[in-house]
Write a protein that binds this ligand. Structure first.
Ligand code: G4P
Length: 198
């Protein structure tokens, strides 16, 4: 069991067979020590890839991304879900459909912070249906930059996100892969092999 799986088993709560609550360290309160380890792990996985920037989406992707950016020594940019008052000039935009909210949103990043030729590590807190991840990849490609791969803190392997990203040829590194949340218990999978829990 890796450190993150241990934290999830201790702190996480299966709210239903689809939704995992991890408010104590990732989605509301943030545990800096856990985030630091997450950042170190992403940096270890992508250190040899010549990453020039980390890209994420507000809000829960920011903490793990900052830690990864610190470890890799590169800036972190986050896509916005709403246009900010100070956001002007040219924007890169992508449409993202949210299955949980059943609505389509436009995400954006200023062209100033994502440039052609960059090698981008895309990080997010959850990988569910992969819509946010694909939207972020679209922003990178619109900029003429390259997606080096994805760093996902928690993947729900029983949903379609991972498959969608692999099908497009992207590298996907998820630090914890949840196989199932059925009956209130959390089980993990590794390399598509057997599901297990404590
Ligand atoms: P998708 O992008 O992979 O297709 O996912 P989806 O539309 O289903 O998810 C929308 C939001 O819900 C995202 O956060 C995503 O991170 C989050 N989410 C998805 N599944 C879970 C889950 O099992 N547990 C938790 N805690 N979150 C989940 P968001 O609304 O953008 O929130 P935030 O980043 O502002 O915190």
């Amino acid at each position: 069991m890796n450190f993150l799986e241990e934290v999830i088993l201790k702190e996480g709560q299966a709210l239903s067979d689809q939704v995992l609550k991890v408010d104590s360290f990732l989605n509301h309160q943030i545990d800096p020590q856990v985030m630091q380890k997450v950042g170190q792990e992403f940096a270890r996985l992508y250190r040899s890839e010549g990453i020039t920037k980390v890209l994420t989406i507000e809000s829960s992707g920011i903490a793990p991304s900052v830690m990864a950016g610190l470890e890799l020594g590169v800036p972190v940019v986050f896509a916005r879900k709403r246009k900010s008052l100070t956001q002007n000039g040219d924007l890169l935009t992508a449409k993202v459909y949210s299955f949980t909210k059943e609505e389509e949103n436009e995400i954006s990043v200023s062209k100033k912070w994502l440039k052609a030729g960059e090698k981008v590590l895309v990080i997010d807190d959850f990988l569910a249906h992969g819509e946010a991840a694909l939207g972020l990849a679209n922003l990178v490609e619109e900029a003429g930059a390259e997606v080096a791969g994805f760093g996902i803190v928690i993947e729900k392997s029983f949903q379609s996100g991972r498959e969608k990203l692999l099908k497009k040829g992207y590298r996907v590194e998820s630090l914890a892969r949840v196989a199932s949340l059925s009956n209130g218990s959390i089980t993990f999978t590794r390399n598509g092999q057997e599901a297990w829990s404590l």
